[in-house]
Structure formats: C-alpha cells, structure tokens
Design a protein around this ligand. Structure first.
Ligand code: ATP
Length: 400
C-alpha cells in the first residue's frame, strides 16, 4: 500500500486559498506543476464572470494556463464548464472580467479573429466535404496561399494518420476517424489555444479509452496549449496535466490528477473523484507528532502522525480511499486505526474486488483488493467477520 503524506494546505486552508491552490508537484509520481517546469503563462483568466439574468453560471474565476499544458475543466452537468469555454472561444460575452492571451485582451474580439480554436463534441464536420476539404476549410477562409494550405493539410493528415482517407466524406468514416479529422481541422490554423468540448463524448467506451492517449500524443507533438471540458473523471485524469474541479460556477480545487485524488482539499472533491469512505469525526487532541480523532461510526480512535490546525472537540471529516483499507480475518495488534464488521457484499470486477463491510453500528465501509492471483486461498468471503485497518498516512483530514 502506498503512503502519501498530507500537506498542511489540504487540511485547513481558507476557501480563497483552496480556490487558488497551485501546489508544486510534491506527491510521488506527480508530474511537476507548470510553474515548477518554468513554463510561460499563455492564457490568463481574471475574475471572469457570466450571469444569465440573475443566475451566475461562472463566478469570478481566475486561471492561468501555461504553454503546452493540457488543462481539464471537470464538473457535473450545469456547473459552468461549457459557458467558460464558450467565453474563451468568443461565443459568449462575459458579464465582467478579462481574458488575456499572450498578454492581449481577447474580450471584444470576434471568435474567427481569436488565435483560439474549438473542437466541438459533435465535431461539426461539413457532411458534403471530403476529409481534405474539411481540414482545409478554415485555412481557405483565412485566405492563406494555396501552396501553404496544401502543405498544412498534408501535415495535419499525417499527424492524425488519415492520409489514406483524404477523399472520404464524414459519413464514410468511423467515430474515431471523424474525431481525428475534427482535431486536424482545429489544429490546422495553428491556434495558440485549442479548446476541446467533451472530446470523447461521441465515442463508445472502448474507443474513448483508446483515443485518449492518442489525442494526448497528437496534442503534445504540436505543443499546443489545450483546455478541455469533460464530465468524465477518467478522461480528465488520463489526459490532463492539471484539472480544475468546478461546482456552481466556482473552481473548488486546481491541481494535477494525483494531487486531486490523493490530496483533495474538501469533502466535495474527495467524493467527486473516485470512491471514498467518509467518516464524520471530531478532534480529541492534536500536537506536532500526533492527532487523535473519534469517528461516530466505530469505537477505536483514528490516529494521525501530524497535527491538525483545529481546536479540540471541533468536527472534521476523515476521507479514506477503499484501496487504502486493508481487510483481514486477523485482529490488528494496534489500538488505533481499525474497525470491524461483516462482509455484506463483494463486487468482483476482474482486476479488483470491492468488499462492502457492514460495521456494528450499521454503516458500510468499502475496501478494494487487487486480484493479482488467479486463485488465492483464504480471502474473506460473504458473512465473514473481518477487520479493516489503514495506515495513518492514508487518512485525509478535511475541515470543509
Ligand atoms: P454540461 O456538462 O451539462 O454541458 P456545463 O457544466 O457545461 O454542463 P453550462 O452549459 O456551462 O454547464 O451551463 C451552466 C449553467 O448556466 C446551467 O445551469 C445552464 O442552465 C445555464 N445556462 C447556460 N447557457 C444559458 C443561457 N443561454 N441562458 C440561461 N442559462 C444558461
């Protein structure tokens, strides 16, 4: 099991600090942040706001995108992702705030004059045009010399591996091929920023998984900065260098995929990404070496090896990912960091099994086990009495 240290920032930071959290890559395996890589800021969004009548769709958000990064806006339906993207593309007028690209204000510039291109979820390919004509369309609109158009289209066809299909119409292509043409068309004008609206939305699950890394490779090979909108967390985690979790028009947390998963800054983010066991608790005591916490759902105390910046007796939440919960028939020797119950259900998913254990007080706690052996003896089964335990470092203490 992996032990991930908690940082002070995730535990008790203010809403403002949470919103603007851009931590350097400090978790093992975490890609360094763009700031740590000394990348140049390219797009700066400042206090951007969008009201529809009295409804706030995007609430004074600030964001800096860095040269060459892939950034994902992730959030549930209606949280404001597309509205933000549409303001960047110029399809929606901000109520207030500014959008600076390479230091120049974009608001007020019509969409077709912005060095920004958007790939729509539907791909919006012209059905009566061939692959080649679709890719060349924007370049012809910009009245580029025909030789340059020819060269650029060839380059794009090669980039997305579609040289063999130049004369086909969109209806003669598969979903994945249509997506590649749409991408080639969006990249042909060499935008400074590429906007992707649910780039995998029109593909089935299998193809979606296949296309994610291919898309990342293509985007990285041209080095374009990319802002994508998705409600699919796996897609965001696989493709993006950094992710913003949005809710009700606000950025709740910004960070690398690993940081957001291992170090969520609030209960909302912990529950939004992946599965998590959430325990309502209160703090018994805390000092530099140790914090003792009482959960309402079981008797043994939770012990952490760091302090929590909270007064004794105050409520807090402990979040614990199921893959960090050990399950065993044996009672742990320690006095803290375990609870017990009965296996009520097991979900066998092939690569992992999820054990749902009902504690004495009635609540369910989940624990996942990787199925590394095809036939393993002695694993817990239905109705077994089991002990669930965890490392202190696996607990995420949240005060929001
Ligand atoms: P989804 O994932 O479903 O596409 P989203 O996060 O992209 O959702 P938006 O399309 O940005 O959400 O919409 C944010 C909110 O603004 C929603 O509540 C939506 O109803 C509202 N909204 C969007 N466009 C308009 C409009 N033209 N007039 C009024 N309200 C709008």
């Amino acid at each position: 099991m992996e032990n991930t240290p908690l940082t002070g920032e995730s535990k008790t930071s203010s809403p403002e600090a949470r919103k603007n959290a851009h931590l350097p890559g400090e978790l093992p395996g975490q890609k360094p942040s763009p700031e740590a890589q000394n990348r140049r800021p390219i797009l700066e969004i400042k206090a951007l706001n969008k009201q529809f009548d009295n409804f706030t769709a995007v609430n004074n958000v600030d964001l800096t995108l860095y040269e060459g990064e892939i950034f994902a806006l992730l959030g549930s339906s209606g949280c404001g992702k597309s509205t933000l993207l549409r303001m960047l593309a110029g399809f929606e007028k901000p109520t207030s705030g500014s959008i600076l690209l390479d230091g120049k204000e974009l608001t007020g510039i019509p969409p077709y004059k912005r060095p920004v291109n958007m790939m729509f979820q539907s791909y919006a390919l012209f059905p009566y045009m061939t692959v080649k004509q679709n890719i060349a369309f924007g370049l012809k609109q910009s009245k580029l010399p025909s030789k340059l158009i020819e060269e650029r289209v060839d380059k794009m066809l090669h980039l997305v591996h579609m040289e063999e299909y130049i004369d086909r119409k969109p209806y003669q292509l598969s979903g994945g091929q249509r997506q590649r043409v749409a991408l080639a068309r969006s990249l042909a004008k060499e935008p400074r920023v590429l906007l992707l609206d649910e780039p995998m939305g029109a593909l089935d699950k299998k193809l979606r998984e296949q296309m994610r890394l291919e898309l990342v490779d293509i985007i990285n090979s041209v080095g374009v900065t990319c802002l994508m909108v998705t409600h699919d967390q796996e897609e965001a985690m696989t493709m993006a260098d950094r992710i913003a979790i949005m809710d009700k028009g606000d950025f709740i947390q910004i960070g690398g995929p690993r940081e957001i998963y291992e170090n969520p800054n609030c209960r909302f983010c912990a529950e939004f990404i992946g599965s998590v066991n959430i325990f309502d608790c209160h703090l018994l005591s805390s000092n530099a070496q140790q914090s003792l916490i009482k959960a309402t759902d079981f008797n043994n105390l939770i012990e952490l090896s760091h302090d929590i910046d909270l007064a004794d007796g105050m409520p807090l939440t402990i979040a614990l990912r199921p893959e960090k919960v050990y399950i065993s028939h044996k009672k742990p020797l320690e006095e803290t960091n375990w609870c017990e119950g009965v296996v009520e259900n097991i979900a066998y998913l092939g690569d992992i099994s999820i054990y749902y254990v009902r504690l004495t007080d009635g609540r369910i706690v989940s624990s996942t086990l990787p199925n590394v052996d095809r036939f393993k003896e002695g694993l817990p089964t239905w109705d077994d009495h089991v002990y669930l335990s965890w490392d202190p470092e696996s607990c995420i203490a949240l005060t929001f």
